[in-house]
Design a protein around this ligand. Structure first.
Ligand SMILES: Cc1cc2nc3c(=O)[nH]c(=O)nc-3n(C[C@H](O)[C@H](O)[C@H](O)COP(=O)(O)OP(=O)(O)OC[C@H]3O[C@@H](n4cnc5c(N)ncnc54)[C@H](O)[C@@H]3O)c2cc1C
Length: 608
């Protein structure tokens, strides 16, 4: 049902934006109800985007223009049978665009969304499933009782029940889903699946939840501010630091795992996985505390980290170099290197953090920049880039994390850079002195291929930037030395660049980034399955390290892949939080036997 356009005269007259949105929603719903796809599609502007997170498509996908909308609706409208389109708050209007938060339902679930209308019709539409009918989460008014009042000779306490579950699951009973990788991604997904009642085990080869963060270099604090970083269900308290130190994040994750009652197996490494098509079931060999266990889940999720598979370069002479050398992921921190010569290969986040910490301990540090890097000052990013949605001011203005996540999701990737470019123009202007000094020091700085800055680089290639929390200044003023060029080789005691520059080193740190997540599938399942699934991450923007064709969404993340029952989950804390909901709902629907015909399963264009 749409909201009525007629209101009693005693009420304030309906605003123009409200009337406009109500009329559009009513027409749209009528066209959908009449299965008049052409009419519904005709309500979209020529340049328009409908981004759907699972509610219509059982996929994460964006269709473009009236033709794209018609194509999707022809395939999905009958099954979806949407109704009840209405606004959930008063629409607003600015610069010729009317914006509205909406709600509706389908035959299987309840959904929320966001609409932007222009004169020509809908410009952007976001539709997102948030719960399955009949499978609502037991929370709020539906929260569990906890206590069992009355007399019961078979009473089992909460602890006994948890212990029994812990003993049986994976042995006497099988999990429906197995999440390999218990970092923040696996933990967030595990919490959602727990809430949805999907039997799940999260395994991690490390000793304790949070060890992913504990093991990183000791100076590390989150680069993103607290408002952006909440886990699902349980927000950080309001005394939580803006940039949480890594070990504090680790402890939070460990506590969260307990509080959210995850079946989390530490010290458990997945050794191999094989999918039996006929039984629609995985056989996964794991080693738990050194003992082999065979798990037979129906769904397998790789949450093994997009910053988890180190890209270790293969430079000539690495075998004869007599000093220390390690990838940034294995860097222990600066303490052992006071007074030593350290060469850090790379010029992105980890490189800067590591250089800064080494300099603080009096190491003689040289950064080797091999390609251009985008740097943005943390303060400017917070104020200009994130402030409207994720900040104390946003919270004070009534912005919830969930609403901020949807607002973020409402911008289709195809046009997101157009919104980002002006923000980065502002940052450039604000910090012009800094950029001048940095470039004068010889640093090769860029703003992304199209000037759209950090977030688009992250989405497109997951690399190529540094959120400056101070170390860039050390490069600008020469405290950390800068060398530019490709590495030719290592000798017994030096790193030699292609131009002949020789850099003496006691330690070489390879801050050379991480590989595509389908590399994990190659290791665990098979190279064939990794190729079948293809590259993970990126939008197909045809910019550096993100080859086309255009995909419209992040490749293979949180949605069905070309390999049945294989999924990828991860990303930063914001993405893990937000997209774990849609992945969990897709898994829950399959667990409950709800048909999930996937629209627009992505094609594979790149192997890695
Ligand atoms: C230096 C650095 C700083 C970062 N800063 C931020 C930040 O400020 N904010 C932010 O949101 N993100 C940040 N990130 C990016 C990202 O959010 C983190 O990398 C985060 O840890 C990713 O979480 P994840 O759960 O996807 O993967 P991970 O934390 O990498 O967890 C993957 C887990 O999989 C396990 N695993 C892998 N293979 C197996 C196997 N075969 N069997 C069992 N377990 C296995 C690993 O042990 C690991 O614990 C940063 C990344 C790095 C490297």
């Amino acid at each position: 049902m749409t909201q009525t356009l007629d209101r009693p005269e005693t009420q304030t007259p309906q605003s123009l934006p409200q009337a406009r949105v109500d009329a559009w929603l009513a027409d749209f719903e009528a066209a959908l109800a009449a299965r008049d796809v052409q009419r519904a599609a005709g309500m979209f502007a020529t340049d328009s985007f409908w981004r759907d997170l699972v509610s219509f498509t059982w996929n994460i996908t964006t269709v473009e223009g009236p033709d794209g909308v018609a194509h999707m609706l022809r395939s999905r409208l009958d099954d979806t049978n949407p109704s009840g389109f209405r606004t959930s708050e008063e629409p607003t209007e600015a610069d010729g665009v009317t914006e509205a938060w909406i709600e509706f339902e389908t035959d299987t679930g309840r959904a929320k969304g966001h609409l932007r209308l222009k004169d020509e019709g809908a410009w952007t539409l976001l539709t997102t499933l948030y719960e399955l009918k009949g499978h609502e989460e037991p929370r709020g008014t539906a929260r569990p009782m906890g206590a069992q009042h009355g007399a019961n000779r078979d009473r089992e306490t909460w602890t006994e029940k948890r212990e029994r579950e812990g003993k049986e699951l994976g042995y006497a009973t099988q999990p429906y889903t197995l999440v390999i990788g218990g970092g923040q991604g696996g933990i967030a997904l595990g919490a959602r699946l727990r809430q949805l009642g999907v039997p799940t085990i999260v395994i991690d080869k490390r000793g304790r939840p949070g060890d992913q963060w504990r093991s990183r270099y000791k100076s590390l604090c989150l680069h993103d501010p607290v408002w952006y970083d909440h886990m699902p269900y349980l927000k950080f308290p309001d005394n939580w630091p803006v940039f949480a130190p890594k070990d504090k994040v680790a402890d939070w994750l460990e506590s969260y795992t307990k509080i959210m009652e995850l079946n989390y197996w530490s010290n458990t490494e997945a050794k191999s996985a094989h999918y039996d098509e006929s039984a629609s079931q995985w056989t996964v060999e794991v080693e738990r505390d050194g003992q082999p266990v065979i798990l037979r889940p129906k769904q397998l999720i790789l949450a093994t980290g997009m910053s988890g598979k180190p890209n270790v370069p293969d430079f000539p002479g690495m075998d004869r170099f007599r000093g220390g050398q390690h990838h940034s992921s294995a860097h222990p921190g600066p303490d052992a290197y006071a007074g030593k010569k350290v060469v850090v290969i790379g010029s992105n986040n980890s490189a800067f953090d590591i250089c800064g910490a080494l300099w603080e301990k009096d190491a003689d540090v040289t950064m080797v920049q091999r390609s251009s890097t985008h740097i943005v000052k943390s303060d400017s990013l917070m104020d200009i880039g994130l402030g409207a949605l994720y900040s104390e001011q946003a919270v004070a203005g009534g912005m919830t994390t969930e609403k901020a996540d949807l607002a973020f999701a409402s911008l289709p990737y195809r046009i997101m850079h157009e919104f980002q470019i002006p923000l980065y123009d502002q940052m450039r202007e604000r910090d012009q002195d800094f950029y001048d000094r940095l470039e004068a020091a010889g640093f090769d700085h860029d703003w992304g291929d199209d000037g759209s800055g950090l977030f688009m680089k992250y989405l497109r290639r997951g690399s190529g930037y540094y959120i400056d929390v101070g170390s860039a200044e050390l490069v600008a003023n020469g405290d950390v030395k800068l060398a530019r060029g490709q590495v030719k080789e290592l000798t017994e005691d030096s790193v030699v660049l292609q131009d002949g520059t020789s850099l003496k080193a006691d330690l070489v740190v390879y801050a050379t980034g991480y590989g595509s997540m389908n590399g994990w599938a190659a290791d665990l399942i098979s190279p064939d399955v990794a190729d079948k699934v293809g590259k993970v991450w990126g939008l197909g923007s045809d910019t550096t390290k993100d080859p086309g064709p255009w995909e419209g969404e992040q490749r293979n993340m949180w949605k069905p892949t070309q390999q049945a029952a294989l999924w990828f989950h991860g990303g930063n804390l914001h993405q893990s939080r937000h997209y774990s909901l849609y992945l969990a709902l897709q898994l829950k629907a399959r667990y409950e036997g709800i048909p999930t015909p996937v629209y627009g399963l992505q094609e594979v264009h790149h192997l890695s």
